[in-house]
Design a protein around this ligand. Structure first.
Ligand code: AMP
Length: 112
Protein backbone atom coordinates (compact mmCIF):
# COMPACT_ATOMS: atom_id res chain seq x y z
CA UNK A 1 0.00 0.00 0.00
CA UNK A 2 1.43 3.31 -1.11
CA UNK A 3 0.60 5.23 2.06
CA UNK A 4 1.73 2.50 4.48
CA UNK A 5 5.02 3.29 6.22
CA UNK A 6 5.95 -0.38 6.68
CA UNK A 7 5.21 -1.15 3.01
CA UNK A 8 7.57 1.70 2.18
CA UNK A 9 10.22 0.13 4.42
CA UNK A 10 9.61 -3.26 2.75
CA UNK A 11 10.08 -1.59 -0.65
CA UNK A 12 13.22 0.24 0.57
CA UNK A 13 11.62 3.60 -0.17
CA UNK A 14 12.54 4.73 3.32
CA UNK A 15 15.55 3.56 5.29
CA UNK A 16 15.51 1.24 8.28
CA UNK A 17 18.06 -0.65 10.34
CA UNK A 18 17.41 -4.08 8.88
CA UNK A 19 18.20 -6.96 11.23
CA UNK A 20 16.94 -9.84 9.08
CA UNK A 21 15.18 -10.26 5.76
CA UNK A 22 13.93 -13.11 3.62
CA UNK A 23 11.38 -13.37 0.82
CA UNK A 24 8.39 -13.18 3.17
CA UNK A 25 9.49 -11.12 6.16
CA UNK A 26 11.57 -8.08 7.06
CA UNK A 27 12.81 -7.28 10.58
CA UNK A 28 14.20 -3.88 11.53
CA UNK A 29 14.95 -1.95 14.69
CA UNK A 30 12.14 0.14 16.14
CA UNK A 31 12.78 3.87 15.70
CA UNK A 32 11.58 4.51 19.29
CA UNK A 33 12.94 1.53 21.25
CA UNK A 34 11.24 0.53 24.50
CA UNK A 35 13.98 -1.92 25.49
CA UNK A 36 17.69 -2.40 24.68
CA UNK A 37 16.56 -4.77 21.92
CA UNK A 38 13.39 -3.69 20.16
CA UNK A 39 13.02 -5.12 16.68
CA UNK A 40 9.87 -5.22 14.57
CA UNK A 41 9.18 -8.37 12.58
CA UNK A 42 6.93 -7.51 9.66
CA UNK A 43 5.37 -9.74 7.01
CA UNK A 44 6.05 -8.22 3.60
CA UNK A 45 2.45 -8.83 2.56
CA UNK A 46 0.24 -5.96 3.75
CA UNK A 47 -2.29 -7.03 6.40
CA UNK A 48 -3.87 -4.20 8.41
CA UNK A 49 -4.38 -5.92 11.75
CA UNK A 50 -4.17 -9.30 13.44
CA UNK A 51 -7.96 -9.68 13.05
CA UNK A 52 -7.58 -9.49 9.27
CA UNK A 53 -5.01 -12.27 9.24
CA UNK A 54 -6.32 -15.22 7.23
CA UNK A 55 -3.22 -16.73 5.67
CA UNK A 56 -1.64 -18.58 8.60
CA UNK A 57 1.50 -19.31 6.64
CA UNK A 58 2.33 -15.69 7.43
CA UNK A 59 2.48 -16.59 11.12
CA UNK A 60 4.81 -19.48 10.44
CA UNK A 61 7.12 -17.24 8.40
CA UNK A 62 7.05 -14.55 11.07
CA UNK A 63 7.90 -16.95 13.89
CA UNK A 64 10.79 -18.43 11.93
CA UNK A 65 12.08 -14.85 11.53
CA UNK A 66 11.53 -14.08 15.23
CA UNK A 67 13.84 -16.98 16.13
CA UNK A 68 16.47 -15.66 13.72
CA UNK A 69 16.19 -12.15 15.18
CA UNK A 70 16.56 -13.53 18.72
CA UNK A 71 19.77 -15.29 17.70
CA UNK A 72 21.14 -12.30 15.80
CA UNK A 73 20.42 -9.98 18.73
CA UNK A 74 21.79 -12.55 21.18
CA UNK A 75 18.67 -12.63 23.35
CA UNK A 76 17.71 -16.21 22.54
CA UNK A 77 19.28 -17.60 25.74
CA UNK A 78 18.32 -14.79 28.16
CA UNK A 79 14.70 -14.41 27.10
CA UNK A 80 12.55 -11.95 25.26
CA UNK A 81 8.97 -10.89 24.70
CA UNK A 82 6.86 -10.88 21.52
CA UNK A 83 4.00 -8.36 21.37
CA UNK A 84 1.26 -7.60 18.86
CA UNK A 85 -0.80 -4.46 19.48
CA UNK A 86 -4.34 -4.39 18.10
CA UNK A 87 -6.29 -1.19 17.40
CA UNK A 88 -6.39 1.83 19.68
CA UNK A 89 -6.92 0.14 23.05
CA UNK A 90 -4.13 -2.27 22.21
CA UNK A 91 -1.82 0.59 21.30
CA UNK A 92 -1.58 -0.07 17.55
CA UNK A 93 -0.28 2.95 15.67
CA UNK A 94 0.90 1.42 12.39
CA UNK A 95 -1.76 -0.50 10.49
CA UNK A 96 0.47 -3.11 8.90
CA UNK A 97 0.65 -6.24 11.03
CA UNK A 98 3.91 -6.43 12.98
CA UNK A 99 5.42 -8.25 15.91
CA UNK A 100 7.52 -6.42 18.49
CA UNK A 101 10.51 -8.42 19.77
CA UNK A 102 11.68 -6.91 23.05
CA UNK A 103 14.66 -7.99 25.11
CA UNK A 104 17.92 -7.06 26.74
CA UNK A 105 16.40 -6.31 30.12
CA UNK A 106 13.91 -7.84 32.54
CA UNK A 107 10.40 -7.14 31.32
CA UNK A 108 8.23 -5.35 33.90
CA UNK A 109 5.15 -7.55 33.59
CA UNK A 110 4.54 -9.99 35.11
CA UNK A 111 6.44 -8.81 38.23
CA UNK A 112 9.08 -10.96 39.86
P1 AMP B 1 2.43 -0.22 17.14
O1 AMP B 1 2.20 0.93 18.07
O2 AMP B 1 2.28 -1.56 17.76
O3 AMP B 1 1.61 -0.05 15.88
O4 AMP B 1 3.95 -0.14 16.75
C1 AMP B 1 4.45 0.67 15.73
C2 AMP B 1 5.91 0.82 16.00
O5 AMP B 1 6.52 1.27 14.83
C3 AMP B 1 6.24 1.85 17.10
O6 AMP B 1 6.94 1.20 18.15
C4 AMP B 1 7.08 2.88 16.37
O7 AMP B 1 8.13 3.38 17.16
C5 AMP B 1 7.58 2.09 15.18
N1 AMP B 1 7.92 2.86 14.00
C6 AMP B 1 7.18 3.81 13.39
N2 AMP B 1 7.81 4.28 12.30
C7 AMP B 1 8.98 3.60 12.21
C8 AMP B 1 10.08 3.63 11.31
N3 AMP B 1 10.10 4.46 10.25
N4 AMP B 1 11.13 2.81 11.54
C9 AMP B 1 11.13 1.98 12.60
N5 AMP B 1 10.11 1.90 13.48
C10 AMP B 1 9.05 2.70 13.30
Amino acid sequence: MADCIFCRIVNKEIPSKIVYEDENVIAFDDINPQAPVHTLVVPKKHINTIMELEDYEVVSNVFKAIKKVAEIKNIDKDGFRVVVNHLSKGGQSVFHLHFHVLGGRQMLWPPG
